[in-house]
Design a protein around this ligand. Structure first.
Ligand SMILES: C[S@@+](CC[C@H](N)C(=O)[O-])C[C@H]1O[C@@H](n2cnc3c(N)ncnc32)[C@H](O)[C@@H]1O
Length: 278
């Protein structure tokens, strides 16, 4: 906004571009935190040589091939295996004992990016003897990220950090049991994804698709405005079994959510919640 509260030309262009993306491709970024969308659209404008946000709109409206590169700017793919290891330790100690009581399990990794969080959970479930009874759903809106998640190949340079994280998560095995090194890449064992369904699913536009025992959605809601966060948490509420579990990232919280009353804290610092009985 300018000083006299009139939207700037760029604010208007951004609104029109987001509307165009929604109307043409059904990708809905209209309720993402505007400051960070703006920053990333400026980057896209400069690096994709569009000249202006309207130029970017023109490109993407007329050329479907321009969509994928733009999506790579609009979504953030930073992740790690066993990222914030204390979260995974808390899962082992506080959630796994409950999960053991179910004969079969459905786990949803919402906003799975390139799959690092999914493989972390698959390894943890194998270590805890739960893998055979589990179906994992790994969803995202970025097709390139979903393809990378299905491939399960990561730069070898990241393995030291992943290994440290894994150890801190209370590992019962060695991370090297799960990948083979090939030049500068670590290729994760395909058996880890034997029970995984990879799917395009948007927390902004799609609905419930299965009944879950645990939903892990970390470092995704931070990119949404309050209304969209509420939509997503409402979706999680409707997707969980009675007394099911929800894990959010360290930076997220249910405290101000319209659905806060539906959940109770399980491990407060880790933003691990359990659905209340109703
Ligand atoms: C920073 S990554 C988080 C990866 C992983 N969960 C973690 O914590 O390391 C955010 C992911 O959310 C995805 N995302 C963004 N908007 C989404 C939406 N509306 N529905 C589902 N996923 C979305 C992005 O494509 C990206 O892969």
């Amino acid at each position: 906004m300018t000083d006299d509260d009139e939207p700037s030309v760029e604010d208007i262009e951004i609104e029109l571009l987001l509307e165009a993306l929604y109307r043409r491709y059904h990708y809905d970024f209209r309720h993402y935190a505007r400051a960070s969308i703006k920053r990333r659209l400026f980057q896209a404008r400069d690096r994709l040589g569009a000249g202006s946000i309207s130029g970017l709109q023109e490109q993407v409206l007329r050329d479907p091939d321009a969509l994928a590169p733009l999506l790579n700017y609009l979504t953030v793919q930073v992740s790690e295996m066993f990222r914030d290891p204390s979260y995974f330790r808390a899962l082992r100690e506080k959630v796994v004992p409950h999960l053991r009581t179910y004969p079969s399990l459905k786990i949803w990794v919402a906003g799975c990016s390139n799959g690092e969080e999914l493989y972390s959970l698959a390894i943890l479930f194998r270590e805890e003897g739960l893998e055979q009874r589990t179906i994992f759903y790994a969803t995202d809106i970025n097709p390139k990220a979903l393809r990378a998640a299905e491939a399960g190949v990561y730069p070898l340079s990241q393995i030291r950090k992943f290994t440290e994280n894994h150890q801190k998560s209370g590992a019962r095995t060695s991370l090297s049991d799960y990948y083979t090194a090939d030049y500068d890449r670590a290729i994760f064992d395909s058996s880890l994804r034997a029970n995984v369904v990879f799917s395009d699913h948007s927390l902004a536009t799609d609905s419930v698709f299965a009944e879950m025992h645990l939903i892990s959605c970390r470092n995704v809601l931070i990119y949404f405005d309050r209304a969209l966060q509420d939509r997503a948490v409402g979706l999680f509420d409707s997707s969980l079994v009675r007394r099911g579990f929800l894990g959010l990232g360290r930076k997220e919280s249910l405290r101000f959510s319209a659905h806060a009353a539906a959940f109770e804290d399980l491990v407060r610092d880790e933003k691990l919640y359990q659905r209340r009985d109703r």
